[in-house]
Design a protein around this ligand. Structure first.
Ligand code: FAD
Length: 284
């Protein structure tokens, strides 16, 4: 499959490695993906600040290698003082993009901290640092799993935009209509910032199923039935995943998505395969 449409904005997400070996592996992955010239690499932040230092180290390492890095920052279970410390450290090191999130309270952790929702974090970042940071926030075309209703979720999403977000990255989805419906809703609400679809490659059905249950992403029946049938046959799962996700990316871009944000799971190969299938250039 080949596409003439080159995404305008694209980025790759990693999680901070826990061991030295995994850190070496991640550097190799980053090297392989940096030749695609992404706008940035983002690095997740463990719930309740559990990866605070590792996220920071990974982000600084990425910037040192000449790629723009966007740390994720979740505010749940955090104090204002913690957030100021983190923002100051990033600012001093020239990191100017942030993915601002609420996060989820880890089980067993009692204190919710000084922030309840991501819009409060966006407000706080703007109050503390003005326009220094380019702030990305999360959106859920298939509705956040804890939302009271779809319309309530949209109103809450708009609070983050009104608080000063510059761009949006969505939760992954395989129902493409949910994304375009969400774009229409944004247009009606005069939300004009880029809404970049989050793309999850498919390489492991058990893991995908578990993630999707937790984050409220729907795996459509036709996909689920086929994936179930492959059992432990990883090669068939990957081949099917590449085909489905390539087609999803192509349709998204052809119909006006401003770019793509890939959840890499710290692996380069599935992304490179999709990239090559789409016929994208190596340099933007
Ligand atoms: P919010 O926007 O605060 O929304 C959370 C829920 O509260 C929604 O149901 C919303 O409708 C409701 N709500 C929001 N504001 C209000 C309000 N003012 N009043 C009442 N209700 C409100 N998690 C991590 O732990 N680390 C990461 O690095 C990470 N990265 C992510 C990256 C992306 C692109 C995405 C899509 C998700 C990521 N997550 C991450 C998961 C995310 O933390 C969870 O989905 C979390 O449950 C919600 O975070 P949020 O920022 O979207 O929250």
């Amino acid at each position: 499959m080949s596409s003439q449409i080159q995404p305008q904005l694209f980025s790759f997400e990693f999680f901070p490695p826990k061991t030295k070996e995994r850190a070496i592996h991640l550097k190799t992955v980053q090297k392989k993906l940096s030749v695609l010239n992404p706008d940035f690499f983002s690095v997740t932040f463990g719930a309740g600040g559990s990866t605070r230092d590792k996220t920071y180290e990974t982000v600084l390492d990425i910037q040192k290698n000449g790629i723009s890095a966007a740390p994720h920052l979740s505010c749940v279970a955090s104090t204002k003082e913690n957030i100021v410390e983190i923002l100051t450290a990033y600012k001093e090191n020239g990191v100017s993009k942030i993915v601002a999130l609420r996060g989820d309270i880890p089980s067993g952790m009692m204190s919710a901290g000084e922030f309840c929702y991501a819009n409060e974090l966006v407000d706080f970042i703007r109050a503390q640092t003005g326009d220094f940071f380019q702030i990305h926030v999360a959106a859920y075309p298939e509705i956040h799993p804890q939302a009271k209703s779809a319309s309530d979720d949209f109103k809450n999403f708009k609070r983050k935009v009104d608080a000063g977000a510059n761009a949006v990255i969505t939760q992954y989805f395989y129902n493409i209509d949910s994304y375009f419906y969400f774009l229409d809703e944004c247009e009606k609400a005069n939300i004009n910032i880029p809404i970049v679809p989050g793309i999850m490659p498919i390489t492991n059905y058990t893991q995908l199923f578990r993630f999707s249950e937790m984050c409220g992403a729907d795996i459509p029946r036709w996909m689920r039935k086929r994936l179930e049938q492959f059992g432990d046959d990883t090669a068939s799962i990957c081949a099917f995943g590449e085909e489905v996700v390539t087609s999803l990316c192509q349709k998204l871009l052809e119909n006006g998505a401003p770019g793509l944000h890939f959840y890499t799971m710290n692996r380069a190969k599935p992304i490179r395969t999709i990239w090559d299938n789409l016929g994208f250039d190596v340099a933007k």
